[in-house]
Design a protein around this ligand. Structure first.
Ligand code: DGT
Ligand code: CA
Ligand code: CA
Length: 546
């Protein structure tokens, strides 16, 4: 019997015990479940060799249940618990933002025994006026039950917007917070985020937790303690907040930024230096090594500071040890936004709104993609004149967007600074034109419909042909995926950053693009702007075709 299966049974026991309002037992079963999942020796083997007691978190009572399971294939205790609870209650527990306390009360006070009866109770107004069930909570339950399953992972841009909002709200709540940052996969700029992790320092953690659990965005408080609190937002997204003393901030931020695999490597390095490393700090024997910032943690284990985006145990530990971490682009170094779609009929006011947005974010250059007029030189010429007039000191450029199989419209080429090529399909005529001399740089973009971007890039031999790859962080996804971008950069390919903006406000996503570029190990020298100095057409020359 595989260990993960037994682990699942233990997790079910924990859930059912939660429904009974048990305090400590559920966590004991969860801990044992985690141990079982992380143990490579099969349980049969452990029972046979009497080694169950060596497993962390497995006491006598749990050991008996494991033995019973190995001998009979059953855990009697679980079967009894199942018989005592309507199966619909476990389904309710799996909904977003619905914890055991809520389910227990709905069951005891209203006789709710599953998602259907919960829906009826909400529609019938039977939750209205129940103590602890305000309108906000009822709305959350209604949304969860109609969504059905658990929430999936959240796109990077959405998670960042939520984290920014929470940080603002916490700061302006008046709670005594000193440092405050997001950590976890969000800080590593993963394409999607499971939950949001926040770290703060304060001398009165309880006051901070109090403010946190009372933020309007919070739907349910899942776990609340003085150092760690977990809530579920109305949207179903989970947020963890840790509050620690200032001396531990660096170690805690480092630990919670992860990734797990990166942390495991660091812990091994620490042990070799006689140090121990965990979420509460770095210690030598009994003495705490002060780590107010992450830099102290890395220097304590003998490494150069590793930027958060690289912390995936994908070669960064070796590179940090040997002093060969890549030279990466900081958030403020983004050269501009080069994928702004505009209609040829856009008014001066429309263009000025974009230019103001760009200036506000200190972006020195921009590229506008004129929709629908790629073959009409007059429209393009008029547009270019207008842009250069309005652009003032900003470097502005003009582009057209074409389909890979359609090829490039020759009459337009001398009028544009670069051409955006929609990925997908056979590369066709576009590549032929690119190989002609004097053709504008080509930016490969719009990978949303391409199931295997790496393969498409390879088949088109684009990097050898001097094309530039666009790395875009859209509201709903990151394109193309980090692995594809990393492989492209390793071959020396050039990359342009974009936020695929629909409105000037979307330009804030550019700093996420810079983060994803770091995550993909793109060196600063390979990040380019397809619009050069003083608006001269295509000064960023493509590598000559071979
Ligand atoms: P996510 O939320 O699934 O997108 O991914 P993360 O990386 O944010 O993971 P999360 O939220 O479970 O935990 C945050 C960080 O805490 C994680 O990146 C590393 C650290 N961490 C959590 N659990 C463990 C653990 O069991 N061992 C170690 N070494 N680190 C852990
Ligand atoms: Ca997380
Ligand atoms: Ca977390």
């Amino acid at each position: 019997m595989p260990n993960p299966e037994l682990a699942r049974l233990f997790l079910e026991i924990a859930d059912l015990l939660d429904l009974d309002g048990e305090k400590f037992k559920p966590e004991a079963y969860r801990r044992a479940a985690r141990t079982l999942e992380a143990t490579s020796d099969p349980v049969e083997e452990l029972v046979r060799t009497h080694r169950l007691s060596t497993l962390p978190g497995v006491g006598d009572a749990l050991a008996k249940k494991i033995e019973e399971y190995v001998e009979t294939g059953h855990v009697h205790y679980l079967e009894r618990l199942r018989a005592e609870h309507p199966p619909g209650l476990l389904e309710l527990l799996r909904l977003d933002g619905v914890g055991p306390k809520t389910v227990r009360r709905l069951h005891l006070e209203l006789g709710v025994d599953g998602p259907d009866s919960l829906r009826q109770a909400i529609e019938g107004g039977r939750l209205d006026g129940m103590r602890g069930f305000g309108p906000r909570k009822i709305e959350l339950l209604r949304a969860s039950v109609s969504r059905g399953g658990p929430r999936g992972r959240t796109p990077l841009a959405e998670a960042q917007a939520v984290a920014d909002h929470l940080i603002d709200a916490l700061r302006s709540s008046g709670a005594p917070i000193d440092r405050l940052s997001y950590a976890g996969s969000l800080r590593r700029r993963r394409e999607t985020v499971g939950d949001i992790d926040l770290v703060a320092t304060s001398e009165s953690p309880r006051k901070v937790m109090e403010a946190f659990t009372h933020l309007p965005a919070v739907g349910e408080v899942k776990l609340s303690g003085a150092t760690k609190t977990t809530v579920v937002l109305g949207s179903g997204l989970q947020v963890d907040l840790r509050v620690v003393p200032a001396e531990a901030y660096g170690a805690t931020l480092q630990y919670l930024t992860g990734s797990k695999d990166h942390n495991v490597r660091l812990r091994t390095l620490a042990l070799e230096k006689g140090l121990s490393l965990n979420e509460y700090g770095v210690t030598r024997g009994e003495t705490l090594v002060s780590t107010p910032t992450e830099e102290e943690v890395y220097s304590a284990v003998g490494l150069a500071y590793v930027p958060p985006e690289l912390r995936e145990n994908q070669g960064e530990v070796e590179a940090a040890r040997e002093g060969r971490l890549p030279d990466l682009l900081p958030d403020e170094g983004v050269p501009g936004e080069f994928h702004i779609h505009v209609e040829p009929t856009a008014t001066d006011a429309d263009l000025e709104a974009w230019l103001r947005g760009l200036t506000l974010r200190r972006l020195p250059a921009a590229g506008f993609v004129v929709e629908g007029a790629p073959t009409d030189p007059e429209t393009l010429r008029a547009f270019r004149t207008r842009l250069q007039h309005l652009g003032g000191r900003m470097r502005v450029g003009l582009a057209i967007e074409v389909d890979a199989k359609a090829g490039l419209p020759p009459a337009s080429l001398p009028l544009v600074d670069y051409v955006i090529l929609r990925a997908g399909g056979p590369a066709g005529a576009a590549r032929e034109v690119l190989q002609g001399s004097g053709s504008p740089p080509l930016v490969l973009s719009h990978f949303e419909g391409t199931p295997d971007p790496a393969r498409w890039l390879k088949e088109g031999d684009w990097s050898r042909n001097g094309a530039t790859l666009e790395l875009g962080v859209a509201a709903t996804d990151v394109r193309p995926d980090t692995a594809t971008v990393r492989a492209w950069a390793e071959q020396g390919g050039k990359v342009v950053l974009s936020s695929l903006p629909q409105a000037p406000g979307d330009l804030t996503r550019l700093s996420l693009s810079a983060g994803v570029a770091r995550r993909a190990w793109v060196p600063r020298s390979q990040l380019v702007a397809p619009v050069g100095d003083s608006g001269v057409p295509h000064p960023v020359r493509a590598v000559p075709p071979q």
